[in-house]
Design a protein around this ligand. Sequence first.
Ligand SMILES: [Zn+2]
Length: 63
Amino acid sequence: MMFSAFCPTHDSTVLMTRRNVVGFDDTDDGPVLRWRCGCGHLGTLDRNGSHAPAAPVLQTIRS
Ligand SMILES: [Zn+2]
């Protein structure tokens, strides 16, 4: 599994693998993939594309 997401820290689109996936959320709009870039930036990916906060956000990652 590979996908790309925009990472604000890199300021570019980064290619990621399943090793970057930290979880899935089921929402009313469908499954949302949660990713963590190699630089530590966290974001999400849904059917509309990738989303990430402009500044790095420390979050508790569910295991
Ligand atoms: Zn990054």
